[in-house]
Each structure stands twice: as structure tokens, then as C-alpha cells.
Design a protein around this ligand. Structure first.
Ligand SMILES: NC(=O)c1ccc[n+]([C@@H]2O[C@H](COP(=O)([O-])OP(=O)(O)OC[C@H]3O[C@@H](n4cnc5c(N)ncnc54)[C@H](OP(=O)(O)O)[C@@H]3O)[C@@H](O)[C@H]2O)c1
Length: 188
């Protein structure tokens, strides 16, 4: 169950990919560095397409900020037909059946709209929306994937002011492509 936000059995997992120096996008928003090939880390694991598909199927809903949404439309939609909630105060044109636009207080959105409908909720960016979810104590798990690259500049992961809070390390997976996934659960 969400350890902080609600009592419906739903969980919010924040997932982002960061560079080694803590950026989630270049200044011009580009994320091509996510796909750059480096050397193979022999001791790492790789996952098959089937395994990835099974994993993604278990996600009930994606939540994203409007800027991430607009960027995803430009780059190629990565969320398939999974229900996707875009947080925005603007009136954006509807693009896909699976997309719903929401605004207003994030805790109310989670408690009244998302948690009753979805169990496995994935908050997938961007920095601004993730920051707000963390500030409000609405995240149960952080999955931080570190890409093996220094960017030097860009959009900071968790750039605002967060208060000190300890998280529990739950899992570490190192992949053959040099990416490392760190999973933490909230202590609350
Ligand atoms: N590396 C990764 O894993 C990763 C993941 C996701 C995104 N990204 C990158 O991150 C960039 C976008 O991130 P971003 O931080 O600029 O924007 P964002 O978090 O995607 O979107 C911010 C927008 O969300 C809306 N919003 C509504 N209520 C909000 C609230 N309470 N708190 C915060 N936002 C609220 C606002 O939209 P309105 O102005 O429409 O009201 C705000 O401008 C893109 O370049 C994307 O490619 C990287």
C-alpha cells in the first residue's frame, strides 16, 4: 500500500534516468545520451524483450508532467496503450485515447482519481513533477537508473529544495550496457 498517501493498496514508483552528474535531460531537452552505446560491463545482466514486456505490462498507469508529455510526443510515444495521466494547468489537445489530462492538487489527484483505479502507478518525470510528488510525500519507491555518462549541464534531477529524508535501499541491478538501477523504498 502507499506508505504515505492513501490506503487503497496502490503504490507510486518514481522512475527516472539520471546522468552520473545528476541531470535528466540536456539543456536543449535532448535525451539522446540515454541510448548512447558504451563498452559492455561483462558482469552485468541484460533483459530480453519478453521480460521487458512482462515488466511493463504490470504497470497500471503512468503519470507525467506536461513537458515530459510534449517531449514524448516529439520523440515517439513510449507508454503504449497503458493509461497515462498528464498533469497540466493548460488545455492541451487530446492526442491518444489512453491519455487523460488532470490538474489541481496532486494529493487529491492521487487519492481520489488514481489510487482507487490503479495499483501500480509509475511517475516517470519530469524533474518538476517528481520534485512536487516528493515534497508532498506521495512517493513509495524511487527507482533511479544511472546512465554511464557525464553531461556537464542540463535539467537537474530533484533541483529544488527537499527536506532531509532517509530511504531504504531495496535492490541494485547492474546492466551489461553500463546502466545501474537503484531501488529505494520510503521509510515512512
Ligand atoms: N531522464 C529521464 O528519465 C526523464 C524522464 C522524464 C522526463 N525527462 C525530460 O525532462 C524534461 C521535462 O521535465 P520538466 O521538469 O521540465 O517538466 P515536467 O515535470 O515534465 O512538466 C512540468 C509541468 O507539469 C505541469 N504541472 C502541473 N501541476 C504541477 C505541479 N503541481 N507540480 C509540477 N508540475 C505541474 C506544469 O504544466 P503546465 O505548464 O502545462 O501547467 C509544469 O509546467 C524533458 O526534457 C524530458 O525529456 C527525462
Amino acid at each position: 500500500m502507499s506508505s504515505k498517501g492513501n490506503a487503497t493498496g496502490s503504490r507510486v514508483t518514481l522512475h527516472v534516468v539520471s546522468s552520473l552528474d545528476g541531470f535528466i535531460a540536456r539543456k536543449d531537452n535532448s535525451v539522446s545520451w540515454l541510448h548512447a552505446n558504451g563498452s559492455i560491463y561483462e558482469a552485468g545482466v541484460s533483459i530480453s524483450e519478453e521480460e521487458a514486456a512482462i515488466f511493463v505490462k504490470a504497470i497500471d498507469c503512468y503519470v507525467l508532467g506536461s513537458r515530459t508529455y510534449e517531449h514524448a510526443l516529439e520523440l515517439g510515444w513510449p507508454y503504449g496503450d497503458t493509461p497515462t495521466v498528464v498533469v497540466t494547468g493548460r488545455k492541451l489537445p487530446s492526442t491518444r485515447k489512453s491519455v487523460e489530462f488532470c490538474s489541481g492538487d496532486l494529493k487529491t489527484l492521487l487519492d481520489e482519481k488514481l489510487a482507487p483505479r490503479y495499483r501500480n502507478i509509475w511517475l516517470v518525470g519530469g524533474a518538476m513533477l517528481c520534485q512536487r510528488f516528493l515534497e508532498l510525500g506521495l512517493v513509495d519507491e524511487i527507482r533511479l537508473t544511472i546512465a554511464p555518462v557525464l553531461l556537464g549541464d542540463g535539467l537537474r534531477l530533484f533541483g529544488g529544495s527537499l527536506t532531509e529524508e532517509r530511504w531504504n535501499l531495496k535492490n541494485v541491478v547492474a546492466y551489461k550496457n553500463g546502466f545501474v538501477e537503484l531501488s529505494y523504498s520510503a521509510t515512512g
